[in-house]
Design a protein. Structure first.
Length: 133
């Protein structure tokens, strides 16, 4: 997905969907310090959160929190398989080098699921760095 910054610039957006019943907002609160987000304004940047992007095949490989020692201390998501991003999406990640991450959304297939979660106060979000490897 893509969103727009307050100054009108495009920014990539990654929406996290629940893969299990336990992966709800309480689990995300426990594992992160992300702020509640109602789809308005831009959440804070936390440079310790990194969305890993694989240059060789132009894919996303994982979402981690890097601790003060430089080591991953939370792995929030890891790609089960490598799927190359479309050129336009990859170019946006490359140009902006940050991404808005929001979740959890209950039903990936439901129309308006992101809006519904935001309206219900069930979204947490952060702006993370994109780390190319």
């Amino acid at each position: 997905m893509q969103t727009t910054t307050p100054d009108g610039q495009p920014m990539p957006m990654l929406v996290l969907y629940r893969e299990t019943e336990d992966a709800g907002i309480e689990d995300l609160k426990r594992r992160t310090t992300w702020e509640h987000w109602g789809l308005h304004d831009m959440p804070d940047l936390d440079p310790h959160w990194r969305l890993r992007a694989n240059v060789a095949d132009r894919s996303l490989s994982g979402l981690v929190h890097v601790g003060p020692d430089g080591e991953d201390d939370v792995e929030l998501w890891r790609a089960a398989e490598s799927v190359s991003l479309p050129t336009a999406a990859w170019d946006l990640y490359d140009a902006v080098q940050h991404v808005l991450i929001a979740g959890p959304v209950k039903d990936a297939d439901a129309p308006g699921a992101l809006q519904t979660a935001g309206d219900a106060g069930e979204l947490l979000a952060v702006v993370a760095r994109v780390s190319f490897h």
